[in-house]
Design a protein around this ligand. Structure first.
Ligand code: DGP
Length: 114
């Protein structure tokens, strides 16, 4: 896939407020936060959309979820609650084609989402 700005964040070519990093996952604060806490969890190995995920990526997807839940616990809002979202393609509202899990917290979420 072509390079995305998230790959440039991974390479530190674009600044970001990074809150977590390990061998597989990077997490940083969204530049346009939609909640008091809005963090994006991305795989370092870029995949364009959820449609492009293969069975061999199952562990990687799990790592994104686990990293988000760990972050929520560490930050102290896990019990209060939060939302994780992955947008896919145009109707899903995806704008950056490097999969990312949004973690939103710090306010009451509404359903259905917009
Ligand atoms: P989505 O619409 O699901 O593809 O989400 C992409 C998110 O990425 C959106 O909430 C805004 C965020 N974003 C876009 N450009 C940048 C950037 O340069 N830095 C950071 N930290 N976030 C960005």
């Amino acid at each position: 896939m072509s390079d995305t700005l998230f790959s440039r964040i991974i390479r530190r070519e674009i600044p970001a407020d990074i809150v977590f990093e390990d061998e597989h996952v990077l997490a940083f604060r969204d530049i346009q936060p939609q909640a008091p806490v809005h963090v994006l969890f991305i795989p370092k190995n870029p995949i364009a959309t959820l449609n492009d995920v293969a069975p061999c990526d199952a562990e990687l997807l799990g790592r994104l979820m686990l990293a988000a839940a760990d972050f929520a616990r560490q930050q102290g809002f896990a019990d209060q609650g939060y939302r994780v979202v992955m947008n896919c393609n145009r109707d899903g509202g995806q704008s950056v084609y490097h999969i990312h899990l949004h973690l939103l917290a710090g306010r009451q979420m509404v359903w259905p989402p917009g």
